[in-house]
Design a protein around this ligand. Structure first.
Ligand code: HAM
Length: 395
């Protein structure tokens, strides 16, 4: 290799694309800020247990995709494959549950999964994540889902769809699980799949192989085994969503890649993206806090993939106005004028005007080209003659 390149499955986001990335990221977080969610930061690595206990031992994410390493102090640490478990760890550690509930948080940042890279699937990607913790109220579920929809709408996206279902609670799941296990036992499955089924039979429903899917047509579904209480919860969520003007598709076979979900569970998919169509996903999780040693409190949230949403924006041909970098560009002619130009740029910036100038002595032609490239609406030319008069020319 002649030079170093970015590691497999990672990429650089350079101008002008990086401006669009920021625009997408900010559009996805704006509805959260307007709805009382507060910004938090947690480390990009956590004790491995946060994810093995939080995300679940039966998931691909935990068994195959984590960047786990031992640090020099002999601790097992893992680069976060998602943000929820770390946020919950922080919520418990700082006893946020002792204050007013729900605690509404959002975060944005890097996540890492050792996946087979393809279009829209990377080993390093960025998520906007939000969580509403400590309250189990169907109206809150609807708020969360609607905020996700709002972010996509604000970007101008139309080709996305909300897939919605209820995965029931722990009580519904026990008898359902027995039914599903009995059903799966009658199927022709390989050893690996049987082992998965033993840890989390639901996961088998998500098997993408056609020979497995063909056998699953009559599989029992959770939605058909909800208790009266969870059914009423789900009905209320749907009623609130209707009131909020949100439409959805019932997705009784939706299986999420993480184990913590209960009750309301959803995914946002985009029609223009091919195989990696999920631009976001989330749901309620009753057991996550307790599994991390916290109080028995429920939460709900979602994460949106910023990179995939940017692909969706592109697929719909939307033009996100990349903010013009500067308003004023200062060009000087000759050494004398240069000092004035540098001083002027400094004063413009102090006054809050986005300003830039040329460096490296490129002559008038080069300078005008640079001014053009900068996208500035105003060019200020300072020539030798202007100096004596103390003026510049505005173009
Ligand atoms: P997730 O469905 O695993 O959920 O990821 C959320 C989103 O992150 C996906 O819909 C996708 O847009 C993006 N994403 C995931 N993996 C990749 C990848 N390898 N490359 C590019 N983008 C990717 C979660 O992570 C949950 N923590 C969401 C949540 C929050 N649930 C409750 N609260």
């Amino acid at each position: 290799m002649s030079g170093l390149t970015a590691p497999k499955g990672t990429f650089d986001t350079l101008p002008p694309d990086s401006e669009r990335f920021l625009a997408v990221r900010d559009a996805l977080t704006a509805p959260l800020r307007r709805a009382g969610y507060r910004y938090v930061e947690t480390p990009v690595f956590e004790h491995t247990e946060v994810f093995s206990r939080g995300v679940g031992e039966s998931t691909d994410v935990v068994t195959k995709e984590m960047y786990t390493f031992e640090d020099r102090g002999g601790r097992s640490l893992t680069l976060r494959p998602e943000l929820t478990a770390g946020l919950m760890r922080a919520f418990i550690e700082h006893r946020l549950h002792t204050g007013a509930l729900p605690v509404k948080l959002w975060a944005v940042g890097s996540a890492f999964r050792y996946e087979r890279p393809q279009a829209g699937r990377y080993r390093h990607f960025t998520q906007v994540d939000m969580e509403a913790l400590g309250v189990d109220d169907p109206a809150l579920d609807a708020e969360v889902v609607a905020l996700g929809v709002q972010g996509f709408r604000d970007l101008g996206l139309t080709e996305f769809e909300l897939l919605l279902t209820s995965l029931g609670d722990a009580t519904d799941r026990r008898p359902y699980r027995e039914k599903l296990v009995a059903f799966l036992e009658r199927l022709d499955l390989d050893e690996d799949t049987r082992r998965r089924a033993a840890i989390n039979p639901l996961r088998v429903l998500d098997d993408k192989r056609p020979e497995v899917q063909a056998q699953l047509e009559d599989a029992p579904l959770v939605v058909d085994h909800l208790s009266d209480a969870t059914r009423a919860h789900y009905d209320a969520v749907r009623q609130h969503l209707t009131d909020l003007g949100v439409t959805w598709t019932e997705a009784p076979r939706l299986v999420r890649g993480l184990d913590y979900y209960t009750k309301t569970t959803f995914e946002f998919v985009h029609r223009g993206l091919g195989a990696q169509s999920a631009i976001g996903g989330g749901g309620r999780y009753d057991g996550l806090s307790a599994s991390l040693g916290g109080p028995d409190l429920s939460g709900i949230g979602y994460a949106v993939g910023v990179d995939r949403t940017l692909l969706a924006v592109r697929a719909e041909g939307l033009d996100l106005a990349g903010s013009a970098a500067v308003q004023a560009f200062v060009v000087h002619l000759g050494e004398e004028a240069r000092r004035v130009a540098v001083g002027l740029v400094g004063r413009l910036r102090q006054a809050g005007v986005a300003a830039d100038t040329v460096y490296g002595g490129r002559g008038l032609k080069g300078a005008m080209k640079a001014a053009d490239r900068s996208g500035a609406s105003h060019v200020i030319v300072i020539g030798e003659r202007d100096l004596a008069e103390g003026v510049g020319q505005l173009k």
